[in-house]
Every structure is written in C-alpha cells, then in structure tokens.
Design a protein around this ligand. Structure first.
Ligand code: SF4
Length: 326
C-alpha cells in the first residue's frame, strides 16, 4: 500500500529537504502550513510550488493567541512560545493526519541546530506534548533518534533517512544541490513573535486585555506608530498614505478616528475607550505629524459611529509624546 505523509512546510530549506528525503524513497508527501497574525504562508507557498507538492493552510490564530497568553514551557528571547507552539502545530498536524488517512507527520527539525528548541530534550518534549510521539518523524536527524512507528512498520526505510546534527548547514546544502533546490529563504525570521520591537506592542495589548485579545486587534499591531496615552487610551497614527487609507477603512467597523482638516496630515485610529484629556493629547500628536506650515494650531476632526466634531489642536512637541510610543 502506498505510504503517505504530511510534513510541516515553513518554506525554510530544512522543511523542504524533509519532504525531498521522504519522497526520494517513493513516499507520497503533502505539506501543511499554519497561518496567524504573526506568520503567514508566503514562503511555504513558494516552497510548495518549487517542490510540486500540495499545500494545506490551517488557521492557527486561536491556538497561538492562547499560547502567548499562557505558554506552559515559557517564552524564547521575545514573546515566542516556541516549544508549545511547535507541539501545538504537530498536534494539529496529527489530527489532520488522522482525518486524511496519512501514515505519519514529518518535520525538518535537525538535532542540535537550535540550542533551545532543537536539542534532544526539546525534541522529546515536543514529541510528547504533541500527543504523537510514535508517528512524528524527523527525517533529517532520524538515524540519531529512536525509530518511529512508520520505520518499525517498514513503511519508511530508516537506512535512507539522514543523520544530520548541529548548526553547520554543509549537509543540507549538499542535499539541496542533489535535489535541485534553487531558492530557499534564510533559516531565521518570518515570525513576528521573535521581534522585540513588535512584541512591545503585543505585550501592551495583552497587559490591557482581559483574556485573549481579538484577532483584529492583534492584526492592527502591524502598523508602526502606536501610542499608549497617560489616561490609558491607545491610538495608531498612520505613517504614510497606505497606512492612512487602511486606518480610515476601520471606521466602517465602528472604530473612532482623528484626522487633520485644514492641512494635510495623518489619520489616527482610536482603539477602545478614550477620555477627554487623552483625546486632546491624541489630537496634539496628529497635529504634530500634520503638514502645518508654521500654524500654531490646526483643526482636527474626531469621527465616531455616533457623529463627528471638529476642534483646534496644538501640536505636541516630540519629547512630550515619545515616552508614550510603544
Ligand atoms: S518562531 Fe514563531 S512560529 Fe516558530 S515555533 Fe516559535 S513561536 Fe512558533
């Protein structure tokens, strides 16, 4: 009977090689990738197209938000709950495996490649936490790990799997050449949870939200200029025309906005309730970034689902509002 596997495909070289190594022994392989406000499927789509494999995209938003709120194994260097995230992905892939009648789940993990998340203990922890220990195959390091069920059943030929370990990528590059892989993204990057600047905004959102933040609020963190005002209000101020248009579109979803009236300037979205003093300060920030040409005051419009008002705002000096920037 034809052996079929499903492999986590991030788009990085190792995840591509895992598929190549298994396909090389006649196993039918498909890819799975997870999408959330913190990572997307762009690289995986390119990799799947290059490999000519079918790619399944699974929404991981609820899973990862719950883990960022409460990661059983803690965070990495920023707000990346890598051990739990990885285990949860494999658990979801395992459910997908059972539903789709595949024989195993594979990954491109390499023993010892990352000191925290890919040492022997972490690989074992992930395998146990995923609830899938016997059906989780790491073809690039398989000969250094205990045999899995598909190997014991003879569905996968262990002798044709690899024994790669460590941070050197010499063997991976040789395999890439052998399998004719021409382009692949660099191994690092791609997950916003590892970016400290982004995580300042995310930490603030979690600290000011009871339970799990809404996915829409998390998606807004991709805008760069966020401010937490002294009274607790939060605003996002557009940095360019594309930002301003995207922020204006939020009015249709019930968000309040501020924008300049008598001079060109940015749009700001107000997230959540805001008091009168914070509103004045927010207008001062919008006025600061406006193209005011020496005017001591400019007119700012406050647009809410209930209606709109206009008032004069004095630009705040940068040093006044810089401490509120997230
Ligand atoms: S880097 Fe991001 S996507 Fe990757 S395991 Fe860590 S938290 Fe998950």
């Amino acid at each position: 009977m034809q052996t079929r596997g499903i492999s986590l495909l991030s788009g990085g070289l190792d995840s591509m090689l895992a598929i190549c190594v298994l396909r090389d022994q006649g196993i039918e392989m498909e890819g799975v990738v997870f999408v959330s406000p913190f990572f997307d499927a762009k690289s995986a789509r390119q990799a799947a197209a290059q490999l000519g494999v079918r790619l399944h995209e699974l929404d991981f938003t609820a899973d990862i938000l719950a883990l960022v709120r409460d990661p059983p194994h803690g965070f990495g260097g920023a707000m990346n709950p890598c051990i739990d995230c990885h285990a949860a992905m494999i658990r979801r892939a395992g459910a997908f495996m059972r539903q789709g009648g595949y024989d195993f789940v594979s990954t491109g993990e390499v023993l010892g490649q990352r000191p925290m998340s890919q040492n022997r203990k972490s690989l074992e922890t992930v395998a146990q936490a995923s609830g899938l220990p016997g059906r989780l195959l790491r073809p690039l390091s398989a000969q250094l790990l205990d045999p899995t069920e598909p190997e014991l059943e003879g569905r996968v030929d262990r002798a044709r799997l690899c024994a790669i370990q460590g941070r050197q990528r010499v063997e991976q590059l040789a395999l890439a050449k052998r399998f004719g892989l021409k382009t692949f993204p660099s191994p690092a990057g791609g997950c916003l949870l590892t970016e400290k600047g982004y995580c300042r905004k995310l930490r603030d959102l979690f600290d000011h939200t009871e339970g799990i933040p809404a996915a829409e609020d998390v998606a807004l963190l991709r805008f760069s200029r966020h401010f937490r005002l002294p009274g607790g209000g939060r605003i996002i101020v557009g940095r360019n025309r594309a930002d301003n248009q995207a922020l204006k579109a939020l009015a249709a979803r019930g968000r309040a906005l501020l924008h300049t009236v008598n001079v060109p300037g940015p749009t700001a979205a107000i997230l959540g309730p805001i008091g009168p003093e914070d509103l004045r300060l927010a207008a001062g920030i919008v006025a600061h970034y406006g193209d005011r040409g020496g005017l001591p005051q400019i007119t700012v419009r406050h647009l809410t689902p209930e209606g709109q008002t206009e008032f004069a705002a004095e630009p705040l000096p940068r040093e006044a509002f810089e401490p509120w920037m997230l």
